[in-house]
Write a protein that binds this ligand. Structure first.
Ligand code: AMP
Length: 318
């Protein structure tokens, strides 16, 4: 009886929503802008098909994970899950509405022949790290950080979204797949198939996103995992046991490491980057996950603590 009443109210809740334009496509389905005709509120609605069509069962485990994780998170740089409506054999998640994602913003900026202003790049990087620091301190990592999952408002605010792949870390888990994190943002420990990866994989992705905001194009543009490793090593050099103890136990590393020559370096690839950006990037791109800078440490980097970076000073004086 109680269940029917709840279902009835869920259907009513859904009936109050008017679907407006499509905002984007994610791992679980389409995201729409919706308008609540009773409250006037605008939201982003993610619609997830429930396998088997029964609202009480068959919900994809990844969706359940995202829901329970998101509900427990409360931070200005993490997207707010406002409501969950199970109805019509689907699950509707209502999120705070954002303006666009960082992928759209980067692509739009490039198409207009512009650059992202250096203060915006710094503020976005700082907000990404603040969101991650909050998550990592709660033993949670995102696992699929990329511009599409980074949401922007119209006044410079940024929130991390799409926590479908996030999971609690701490207890060692047997990993059967390393295909987490979109290839271009995937950390070397995943590419080399080390089973005990942790929150440092998100930090690597922050490096990729920062470099992409500077360059307006993905930084390591691999087409498959091996090609991705080649591209990383050819810019950053090939890691050795001295810098990443244990690396030679990876069979992938054993097969390829001897053949990759360093043909470039960070400052050559990113000629528009300031020295502070290059210094931070070199720590975000530290090969050894244990030595890679944490979100908390990165937030103390001079890139964020100095009022003007040298690049901005140069721009201001020219
Ligand atoms: P997701 O399934 O979370 O990866 O979302 C897919 C796409 O939908 C994103 O890349 C955004 O373009 C858009 N989107 C997701 N959530 C929101 C939101 N809260 N506000 C505005 N657009 C969103």
């Amino acid at each position: 009886m109680q269940r029917n009443t709840r279902r009835g109210s869920d259907v009513n809740k859904l009936g109050d929503l008017i679907k407006l334009e499509r905002l984007g496509e994610g791992t679980y389905g389409t995201v729409f802008k919706v308008h609540n005709k009773k409250t006037g509120e605008l939201s982003a609605m993610k619609q997830i098909k429930i396998l088997g069509g029964d609202a009480d069962g068959g919900v994809p485990s990844s969706a359940v994970r995202e829901i329970s994780l998101l509900r427990s998170l409360d931070h200005p740089n993490i997207i707010q899950l406002k409501d969950i409506i199970p109805a019509d054999g689907k699950l509707y998640l209502l999120f705070a509405l954002m303006f666009k994602d960082l992928r759209q913003h980067i692509d739009g900026t490039r198409q207009q022949g512009n650059h992202l202003p250096s203060n915006i790049i710094r503020s976005y990087t700082q907000q990404i790290l603040q969101g991650l620091d909050y998550c990592h301190k709660r033993r949670l990592f995102h696992r699929d950080l990329k511009p599409q999952n980074i949401l922007l408002d119209e006044v410079g605010g940024l929130k991390l979204g799409d926590f479908g792949l996030a999971k609690l870390f701490g207890t060692p888990v047997r990993i059967t797949t390393f295909e987490i994190a979109t290839l271009r943002y995937r950390a070397p420990e995943l590419l080399l198939e080390f089973p005990d990866y942790g929150p440092a994989i998100d930090i690597w992705s922050v490096g990729c996103v920062l470099a992409e905001m500077i360059q307006l194009t993905p930084f390591f543009k691999g087409t498959n995992p091996l090609d991705q490793i080649h591209r990383i090593f050819s810019i950053l050099g090939t890691p050795r046991e001295s810098s990443w103890p244990g690396i030679s136990s990876s069979t992938i590393y054993q097969d390829i490491s001897y053949s990759i020559e360093q043909t470039s370096c960070l400052s050559q690839e990113l000629s528009d980057a300031s020295p502070e950006q290059i210094n931070l990037l070199s720590q975000l791109f530290c090969f050894c996950p244990k030595s890679r800078i944490s979100a908390e440490e990165a937030l103390k980097h001079q890139y964020f603590t100095e009022i003007f970076s040298s690049q901005e000073n140069n721009a201001a004086s020219s």
